[in-house]
Design a protein around this ligand. Structure first.
Ligand code: AMP
Length: 286
């Protein structure tokens, strides 16, 4: 497995692969990799000849009071995980390689990005779309892999690829959880032992809401009230949002009808903001 820190190195390697007729999969990450990221790389390796993992804490998707500086980093450990999972190249640029000091071009989306996480993190999706668009241009993958853990991001990237004709297949992958249910996240390392226990209220609420919907409840407010009650019973937890939206448009729904819905939440546990969700696709096998 190779590592690269420059755009030029990545382009040269990908060109060589393409000359050989090989397909390329891309897994964009911010590093500090865990089993969730690994599942994306393993899936990508099963479906493509060569896998590029990007490992870059992207400054443009962090707001001024967010955790850019403290975001955990361990590149050596990340490389081991990437190699085990079947990656061929890890792209680990410095911010200065990705953004010229006078960079002023961004990908802005008019819809989808103002709801859910976009309300609390107003510039987040502009940063995500811009860096993912840049990675798509640098790597020119056949397929790119994103986790349902960040379900709004998955919907946003799908829309961006459609609207801007990137011609890349976007593959969504299921949420990988700890044994006790907590969705795996690089940010779980911020939690104290008490907060780690308290954080289980997210997955408990997700599983309860999912069961209600699978058992036939169709009124969004009824499901959301039950989920909020589970989180509010946890003193260390503070809800940012718990909402039900159409998974394609990210617009709120009152009733679960024929289209896939995303039931998503962001919850502060202490100072750490965690997210979790479930997607319900009517007609899909349970
Ligand atoms: P991040 O490094 O947090 O930006 O995540 C990189 C990619 O890994 C995103 O597509 C995430 O949705 C995905 N991911 C992160 N955590 C998980 C998880 N627990 N299960 C599945 N995918 C995940």
């Amino acid at each position: 497995m190779q590592t690269a820190t420059t755009v030029a190195e990545v382009r040269e390697q990908v060109r060589a692969w393409k000359r050989e007729g090989l397909t390329v999969g891309l897994v964009p990450t911010m590093g500090y990799l865990h089993e969730g990221h690994k599942s994306l790389i393993v899936r990508a390796a099963a479906e493509n000849d060569r896998i590029v993992v990007s490992d870059f804490v992207n400054p443009t998707q962090f707001g001024p009071n967010e955790d850019l500086e403290s975001y955990p980093r361990d590149f050596d450990r990340d490389c081991k995980l990437c190699e085990e999972a079947g990656a061929a190249l890890v792209f680990h640029p410095e911010p200065s390689e990705m953004y010229a000091p006078d960079a002023c071009t961004y990908i802005n989306m008019d819809a989808l990005t103002h709801e859910l996480c976009g309300l609390t993190r107003p510039i987040h999706f502009r940063g995500v779309c811009t860096v993912v668009g840049k990675l798509f241009n640098i790597v020119t993958p056949d397929r790119a892999y994103f986790g349902q853990k960040d379900a709004q991001q998955l919907a946003v990237i799908r829309r961006m690829v459609r609207d801007l004709n990137f011609g890349i297949e976007i593959v969504g992958c299921p949420i990988i959880r700890e044994e006790d249910g907590l969705a795996k996240s690089s940010r779980n390392t911020y939690l104290s032992p008490e907060e780690r226990t308290a954080a289980l209220c997210l997955s408990r609420a997700v599983f309860a809401g999912q069961k209600m919907v699978e058992d036939g409840e169709r009124d969004a407010a009824t499901v959301l009230d039950a989920m909020r009650a589970i989180i509010e019973a946890e003193p260390l937890a503070k809800i940012d949002y718990v909402k039900m939206v159409d998974f394609d448009s990210i617009e709120q729904v009152e009733r679960i009808e024929d289209a896939p819905v995303l039931c998503a939440m962001a919850v502060y546990v202490g100072k750490t903001r965690l997210i979790d969700n479930f997607i319900y696709e009517p007609g899909a096998a349970a």
